[in-house]
Design a protein around this ligand. Structure first.
Ligand SMILES: Cc1ncc(COP(=O)(O)O)c(C=O)c1O
Length: 507
């Protein structure tokens, strides 16, 4: 399905460029929600095929509007539908479930449902059970840690990753370093925060003396929304790399088809896809790659046998070797319920809607200017919807062009029941440092001390501001983004009120 705006309508219909008269008045006028929506639909005709999602918003997600929320933090966590809870509670109410992996009836019943959930996860991602297995973890970070701690890094081996990565991917470098492997970061291009492909392939081609090479990148950035190409997977593998794709921010609004793409590992958290349950994530692993991992320990549930007297243990040969202790067994059926719910809503419709709304939001946000001529927003990442997802990070600028403290934005958003994310670096320091042109020299020269890592340190010593992030997802509507844009307009031509800001956060 074609997405994005109808060609030729850019900045004509549905665009909120203030008129000269409005600018003269000092407060730009804006169309009503209804008029803006009419113009939006003309510009994005594909949106009309997603209107069944508005009906679901009213029923399944009715509590959002009943409580007057404007929820814009789907990259932080998605929202769950009422029927997901109902189906899960009904299941628990109707049955007696015991700890899985025994032969008794209550245990068998649970084991069957948990294995069914595992099979549903594989089927959802179109992953052949011959090629892939799904390992349940507590979240995406747990999946990444499993790879990091078990990857057979040794002296001469390499860990290659993009500057744009969540800290849970960055953290794998500590495992690499501890075992003598080198870590290399591929830089980002400014201002779109994409990867410099020439530099990436030069790094992939660099010879290494070791046997093992791991390349990790996010399918979608949690910072800029950039979608890094899945087309890198096969060429990297052909060059001898194991490829870890962090899918956490990508899979909530995009199809990841593992019959088309064959990464060695994929990390994700289910709450980011469908809100409930929290506490469950997954490592999708190619069985051939999984066989190369070496677990650093064993635990209950991971072994066929262990002996104290003989000091030996035999790990299971499948995913069980990677699931420590008792899995979150009562919760796993809710994963299946959530995946079926997403399928029923239509992931393609969710995707289409999210990109139409994001493109509209971007073009309108970027068109706003103070009377001084200074743009209202400094955006970090691509300015249109091509190869990006519905995650938008930016700073609001004051009429002189200085960044408005993100805590001012947060405080005013909170007062309007708008849930957006603000933060030092959104757990993605590489993208943040690239976006803010922060050099190694600046970071190195700031010394140690208790202030290091505080907001004051970031702002005053590093000159580094925090950012604001809005992100869309499964239950987003036009009204959400319209209201956010109206909120953004309130910063036009106004000086920030720095009184009563919340206490400093860590970078
Ligand atoms: C791209 C990405 N990777 C990994 C994570 C870590 O997810 P979790 O906190 O659920 O472990 C996040 C969380 O926001 C993320 O956005």
């Amino acid at each position: 399905m074609a997405h994005g705006p109808v060609p030729g309508t850019d900045d004509v219909v549905g665009s909120f460029v203030p008129t000269t008269a409005a600018l003269r008045r000092g407060s730009p006028s804006s169309p009503t929600l209804e008029a803006a929506f009419d113009a939006f639909r003309l510009r994005y005709p594909a949106y009309d095929a997603t209107t069944h999602l508005d009906a679901l918003r009213a029923t399944e997600y009715g509590r959002i509007d009943a409580q007057g929320h404007i929820y814009l933090d789907y990259t932080g966590g998605s929202l769950y539908a009422a029927s997901q809870l109902q189906a899960h509670m009904d299941l628990l109410r109707r049955h007696v479930f015991g700890n899985p992996h025994s032969a008794n009836p209550t245990s068998r019943a649970m084991t069957d449902l948990d294995e069914q959930a595992r099979a549903t996860v594989l089927a959802y991602f179109n992953a052949s059970p011959e090629e892939y297995t799904a390992i349940f973890t507590s979240n995406a970070s747990g999946a990444l840690k499993l790879v990091g701690e078990s990857y057979p890094f040794a002296r001469g081996d390499r860990y290659l990753l993009t500057f744009d990565n969540h800290n849970s991917v960055n953290g794998i470098r500590e495992f690499a370093r501890a075992r003598g492997a080198s870590t290399t970061y591929v830089p980002l291009t400014i201002p779109d925060l994409r990867v410099d492909e020439a530099r990436l392939f030069a790094a992939l081609d660099q010879p290494a003396s070791g046997m093992h090479r791991l390349f990790a990148y996010p399918a979608q950035s949690n910072y800029s929304g950039v979608q890094h190409p899945l087309e890198w997977i096969a060429p990297a593998q052909e060059r001898g790399w194991d490829v870890l794709v962090d899918g956490a921010a990508f899979v909530p609004t995009n199809r990841l088809d593992l019959s088309t793409w064959h990464p060695d590992f994929v990390s994700l958290s289910f709450y980011k896809m469908f809100g409930y349950p929290t506490g469950v994530g997954c490592l999708l692993a190619r069985k051939a790659a999984l066989a190369r991992l070496q677990r650093p320990w064993f635990a209950g549930g991971t072994i066929r046998a262990a002996s104290v007297r003989a000091d030996l243990h035999y790990l299971h040969e499948d995913e069980a070797a990677f699931e420590d202790g008792t899995i979150n067994y009562l919760t796993l059926p809710a994963v299946e319920i959530g995946l079926r719910h997403l399928q029923a809503m239509g992931l393609e419709a969710i995707h289409e809607r999210a990109i139409c709304l994001t493109d509209w939001l971007l073009s309108n946000l970027l068109s706003l200017r103070h009377r001084t001529g200074v743009p209202l927003v400094q955006l970090y990442g691509p300015r249109d919807i091509r190869q990006r997802g519905p995650t938008v990070s930016f700073n609001i600028l004051d009429p002189q062009g200085a960044i408005v403290d993100e805590r001012v934005i947060e405080k005013r958003a909170n007062a309007q029941n708008i849930s957006l994310r603000t933060g030092g670096c959104l757990c993605n320091p590489g993208a943040h440092e690239a976006a803010h042109h922060l050099s190694r020299e600046t970071l190195d020269g700031t010394g140690e001390g208790p202030q290091r890592g505080t907001r004051e340190h970031c702002t005053h010593v590093l000159g580094l501001a925090g950012v604001v992030r809005v992100s869309l997802g499964v239950a987003s509507t036009f009204a959400d983004v319209y209201r956010f844009l109206e909120f953004a307009r309130t910063f036009l031509d106004s000086e920030p009120d720095m009184r009563d800001l919340p206490p400093s956060k860590k970078c």
